[in-house]
Design a protein around this ligand. Sequence first.
Ligand code: 3H9
Length: 702
Amino acid sequence: MAEAVSLSISDNIAVVTIDSPPVNAMAQNVRAGLKQAFTDLKGRKDVKAVVIGCKGRTFVAGADIGEFDTGIAAPGYHEVLGLIEDCAFPVVAAVHGTALGGGMEITLASHYRVAHEAARFGLPELTLGIIPGAGGTQRLPRLIPLEAAIDLMLSSKPMPAAKAQELGLVDAVVTGDIIEGGIAFARELAARGAAPRRTRDQAVRGAENAAELFAAKRAQVAKTMRNRQSPLALLDAVEGAVKLPFDEGLKAESAISDKLVPATEARALRHLFFADREVRRIPGLAANVKARPVTRVGIVGAGTMGGGISMCYANAGVPVTLLDAKQEALDRGMATIRKNYERSVSRGSLKQEQLEQRMQLITPTLDYAALGSADLVIEAVFENMALKKEIFAKLDKVVRKGAIIGTNTSTLDIDEIAAVTGRPEDVVGLHFFSPANVMQLLEIVHAKRTSPDVLVTALETAKQIKKTGVVAKVCYGFIGNRMMDPYAREAEHCLLEGATPEQVDGALQNFGMAMGILAVFDMAGVDIGYLTRLERKHLLPDDPSFYRPDTMLNERGWLGQKAGRGYYRYDSARKRTPDPEVIELLWEEGKRLGIERRQPGEQEILERCLYSMINEGARLLEEGIALRASDIDVVYTSGYGFPRYRGGPMFYADSVGLKKIYDRILEFRSTLDPQYWTPAPLLEKLALAGSSFAAWQAGRKN
Ligand code: 3H9
C-alpha cells in the first residue's frame, strides 16, 4: 500500500488514515492508497464499519492542483470514490480542518459524516475555473437542499460544521480528537447494525421548482460572474443531478469537467493559485534568515491610508500607536476608523464588543516619543519627498534600535528616504492600497540597503495582517503604479481623440477590470496622480498631450467624486452620469493640440491600455524590479482589479501570444506617438523566438 494512506483494524472498526503533508491533497499516491485500502477491506469478516480520517492540520484539501496540468494518473477520482461508496460496511468520514474540493467529495461518497466543531466544508472549484468533477455536483444536492448546494458551489466559500449539520450534511459534531469521534460514531453504527447509506441512492432534495431555480441562478451568474464559463457549466452539471439518473449525471459532470480543465480560464486561475504562494519565495535569501517579531506597531499619519493600516493591525490583534501632527487630524482619523468598524457591525460582519476591542488597540498620539516601543513604524503621510524625509529624520531619533521603519510611498525613491536615517538597512517600502483595510495587496519595496531579515519581516507582517506581500525593487511606481502609468496614459489620450469616458471605461470593464480607470481616478481623487506628476515634472515626456485630461480637470477643481464631478458627474449618492461638458472640453483640447479626431473602438482602447502595460511589465522583469512575471500577475489581480480569470497581465499576454502583441505594438508605433511604442527588448526577444513569459520564468528557475 502507498504510504500516504494506511489501514488499521481494531475491535471491528477499520480506520483508513490519509497522511500526506502539507494539506493531504488527493494526489495520485493518496488515490492509489485509498484504492488499495478499500480493495483490502472487501470481504473482510472482522470489520463492521470504516472511518476515513486525516493526519496533520486538515482533512483532504482537494485535488492536487498541479496534476491538472500534467494529467490525472490512474486511479481516477471516480474509481476511488466509487470504491468508497460501494463499501459493504458503513463508511464514516471524520473531518477536521477543511474538507475542500475532492476532499469534500470523499465525504460525500462516504455514508456518514462526523465533523470537528471547527471543521469547514467547501467546494471552491470555481475559484480554479473548474467544477467539482468527482461527483460533487451530483452527490451534494442529494444530501443538502438543491439551492443550498448550488449556493455553496457558486460562492466557493466553505461552511462551518454547525451549518453543515443544520443542512443535513453532517451527522454529528464533536469537540475532542476527531478520529476518536469518528470511531465512536462508527461503533454506534456497528452496534445498531446500520447498513451503508449511499448518497447515490438518495433523491435530490428540494428539486420541486428546479426549472425556476436554475433560471434564476443562471441570470444571477450572467450578471455577477461575467466573461466566465465555469459557473454556467457548474449549473449545467448540477441540473444533470435533477434530470438524469445518478450514473448518467456523473458522466455528464465528467464531460463538462474535462472541457473546463484545459481551458484558459482554469489555466489562468491555477496559475494564480501557485503564483499567490510563489511570491513568498525570495531567490537568494538564505533559509536561516528569521523575521523580527512584530508585536507593536506605530503609524504616522491618521489620514485614509494611516487609518486603514491601523485597522489592519488592530484586526490582527496587534496594538497600534497612531500619530499625527494635529489633534483635529487625529480626531478625524479615529472617528473614521470607528465609522468603518460601525459599518461592519451594521452589516453583521463584526460584533459590537469586537469593535470596542479593536478601537482600544489603537492609541492616538501627537508625540513621536510614543513610537519608541514599536517593532515596526509605518509612515503613511502625503506623497511628498521633503515631508517624508523630515518624518524619517524624526523617527530615526525616537524609534528603538532594531525596529523597522516602513514607508507607504507609492512612487517615491525609498533609497533617498532611507538615506536620511542612520539605519537604512531597517527601512523598507510597505505600499498599501486604498482602502488599506480591504485591499489584498501589499507591495513590499526592497530598497538598496534593506537587510534580508527586514525583508523577511515585511513578508511575515503581510501574512500577519492577511495580505499578499509582493516584493519589488525601487523605481518610480514600483510594479503596480509603474505599469499603471502607460495604461492610464493611453486611456486618457483616447479622450482627446474622440472617445468618451464611458467608452474607455466600458471597454476596460467589459474586459473584466473591476472598474474603468477614469472612474477609479474619480474615486481616488483626480488630484492624486496630478500631484505625483508635479513632483517629477522634470522627468516627464516632452508631450503636451501627456495626461492632459487629468491636468485640465485639476485646473478646474473637478477632482472626482469628492468634488461632485471629475470625468463624470456625481449626485449626492455618488451615482455617476456622463458629463457632456467634460467630453466636449477634452475633444476641443484634442483639436487644439492637433490630434486627429477619430473614435478608437473598444478593441483598440483595450489593446492600447493593456499592451502598453504589458510592455512596461517586460521592462520591469528585465530591470529586475519584479522578480517574476507571475509576481506582476499577483500585483495586478490582488491590487488593481485585473480579472483573476484572465490570470493577470503577463499570463494574459502569453494567452494572447507575445508575437501578436509585439506586432500590434509595432503598428501603434507607426500610427500613434512613436515615443511610447518601442517594444521592450525582452518582449521582442520572446516574441520573435515564439516564447512566453512563463517559459522565460521557468528557464530562470533552472
Ligand atoms: C478539486 O478538488 C477538484 C475536484 O473536484 C476533482 C476534480 C476532478 N493541491 O495555502 P497554503 C499547497 S480542486 C496542491 O499556504 P494554508 C500550497 O501550494 C481543489 N497543492 O496553506 C502550499 O505549497 P507551498 C480544491 C496544494 O494553511 C502548501 O500546500 N481545493 C493544495 O494557508 C500550503 O498551502 C482547493 O482549492 C492543493 N489542493 O491554507 C483548496 N492546497 O508551501 C486549495 C494547498 O509549496 N487550498 N497546496 O507554497 C487551500 O485553500 C489552502 O491551501 C488551505 C490551507 C485552506 C487548504
